[in-house]
Design a protein. Structure first.
Length: 136
């Protein structure tokens, strides 16, 4: 079975910490996707979901700190997108708890959202951060 997410150069933002975290998310999202598809041990799947939930919050908070510190002009929109993603992840968790037959499609939905967010919203943020840090 193919991976859910594949890293490509188009996803590189140029911020080392951000790219590292995005790649780490891809690794764990792929792991979870395979675990669900192969109907692995429920404890392992639950642990992977818990890891991803924690990791997502940590990553999004880090971006939001940069937005606040550097007074990013599009921060309100960016933060709203983060909140939307958290709600999507909550729907995914609820689907898992209820043994939803649509769980794999929810994984795909999350993956699509995350990839699009990187190539559009995060790339704009990283460009802004790069300019701000070089200007100081």
């Amino acid at each position: 079975m193919d991976d859910l997410l594949s890293w490509t150069d188009s996803l590189t933002t140029g911020l080392i910490w951000q790219d590292y975290q995005h790649k780490k998310f891809f690794e764990h999202a792929n792991e979870l996707y395979h675990m669900i598809h192969e109907d692995n041990n429920k404890v392992d799947i639950k642990q992977e979901i818990q890891f991803l939930e924690s990791y997502i919050h940590e990553h999004l908070q880090m971006e939001e700190v940069y937005m606040k510190e550097l007074e990013y002009p599009d921060s309100q929109n960016h933060i709203q997108q983060h909140e939307d993603f958290i709600l999507m992840f909550e729907r995914f968790k609820a689907g898992y708890s209820q043994n939803s037959p649509k769980l794999l499609s929810l994984c795909v939905e999350l993956a699509d959202w995350f990839s699009n967010h990187i190539t559009q919203t995060d790339l704009a943020l990283s460009n802004f951060i790069g300019k701000e840090l070089h200007a100081k």
